[in-house]
Design a protein around this ligand. Sequence first.
Ligand SMILES: Nc1nc2c(c(=O)[nH]1)N[C@H]1C(S)=C(S)[C@@H](COP(=O)(O)O)O[C@H]1N2
Ligand SMILES: [Mo]
Length: 198
Amino acid sequence: MKERATRQDGKDRLPPGQYLTEKWPVLHAGSIPRFDPGQWDFKIWGLVEQPVRLTYQEFVGLPKTTLRSDIHCVTAWSKLDVNFEGVPAKAVLALAKPKPDATFVMVHAEQGYEANLPLEYLLSDDALFAYRADGRDLTPEHGWPLRLVVPRLYFWKSAKWVRGVELLAKDRRGFWERNGYHNHADPWKEERYSSPWE
Ligand SMILES: Nc1nc2c(c(=O)[nH]1)N[C@H]1C(S)=C(S)[C@@H](COP(=O)(O)O)O[C@H]1N2
Ligand SMILES: [Mo]
């Protein structure tokens, strides 16, 4: 009974140093990009058998799913049980057939934003390219028309306004990772900050 109460409370789902919020703060570098459905595309390239380019219509035509995720921002707020709707990252990547030596990805978003992570996080069942949250289209400030959701890492890895994925044999640092954030970013290990040379 006690454990159940705790779970409902959400405390056992709160990583160390985080506090719960009901609100959904907006955080990003730069400005909110303009979305032009005729120009928008989504690309997968690098270490793949079959480089892929999808138009917006093609992307939103892919089989979709809904996933309930907790999100943890490095600035210490966490929000539980967000219902994201979109396309499983695993299914998107499968279109390009990653080569066996692909072990890392660089996620590319508008205005040159990049976030790096091990490929296994995108191949796991909880990673989603999302266009809706809690029953509504994502708002522009939360990443419309498409954002990544990787719930097991701090939220800066979940690129908003995402436009593609590059598959890599060797890790390379993304935007925040070059600017003092941790390269790996596991909230349960409090991997918040690091120097670029570490
Ligand atoms: N394209 C892009 N995506 C981004 C960022 C950014 O600066 N640009 N910031 C990241 C950071 S630091 C966080 S905490 C989350 C915040 O997402 P939210 O504004 O939807 O809460 O987006 C991430 N995705
Ligand atoms: Mo963040």
